[in-house]
Design a protein around this ligand. Structure first.
Ligand SMILES: [Zn+2]
Ligand SMILES: [Zn+2]
Length: 175
C-alpha cells in the first residue's frame, strides 16, 4: 500500500537575509493563505527600483529575511477562508498596494492607497521573487486575457506610474 507523503512541497525563493546582504536562493515550505488571503503561483515578477528599499534596508520596520518583489502576475492556486470573489485558476496581479486596514481615516474616505497602515508586498510581507506568494484579496487585480504575464507584471507599479502621468497629462487622450 502506498503511503502518502505529508511533507509540504518546497518552493524556491530569492530572499534578502539582512539589510545590505546579497540575494540568497533557498527552498522554503509552501505558504498557505489565511483568512481573506489567496496564494498565487507566480508566473512573472517585475524588477522595480523600489526593491532596493528591501535589499538595503531603507524602509522602516522590514523584518528579515524578506523576499522582495511587488510587480507580481500569477495564478491563484489556493484561497483562504472567507474569500468569495476569487477562485483557483484565476489570473491575478499584485502591485505596490498590497493591502489596507479598512479602518483608518484614509480608508474610511475610500482612499485606500493612502492607508495609514498600507501593506506593500516585498516589504510588509514576502513578495514575488518566489514561486508562490500569499496576498490579501484587497490587493488583487484581475489580469485580462489580452495581456501576457510578462506584459502585466511591470504595469502593476512602474508601468502605472508612467501610464498615470501620461493619462493625466492628456498626452494619450484621444482627440
Ligand atoms: Zn487604512
Ligand atoms: Zn515599484
Amino acid at each position: 500500500m502506498a503511503t502518502m507523503s505529508l511533507r509540504t512541497a518546497p518552493m524556491r525563493v530569492a530572499q534578502i537575509p539582512k539589510p545590505g546582504a546579497d540575494f540568497q536562493m533557498i527552498d522554503r515550505a509552501l505558504p498557505h493563505p489565511g483568512r481573506g488571503e489567496v496564494r498565487i503561483k507566480v508566473q512573472a515578477c517585475g524588477v522595480c527600483h523600489s526593491d532596493v528599499l528591501t535589499k538595503e534596508g531603507q524602509w522602516p520596520g522590514i523584518q528579515y529575511p524578506r523576499v522582495p518583489g511587488h510587480e507580481i502576475a500569477g495564478i491563484i492556486d489556493e484561497v483562504g477562508e472567507g474569500v468569495s470573489e476569487w477562485k483557483n485558476g484565476q489570473r491575478a496581479g499584485v502591485g505596490w498596494h498590497g493591502g489596507q486596514d479598512n479602518t483608518c481615516p484614509s480608508c474610511r474616505r475610500g482612499d485606500f492607497r493612502n492607508c495609514r497602515h498600507l501593506k506593500i508586498p516585498g516589504i510588509s510581507y514576502d513578495g514575488g521573487y518566489a514561486q508562490y506568494m500569499v496576498a490579501p484579496v484587497e490587493a488583487l487585480a484581475p489580469i485580462p486575457e489580452t495581456l501576457s504575464d510578462v506584459e502585466a507584471a511591470p504595469l502593476l507599479c512602474a508601468g502605472i506610474t508612467t501610464y498615470n502621468a501620461l493619462r493625466h497629462s492628456g498626452a494619450c487622450r484621444a482627440t
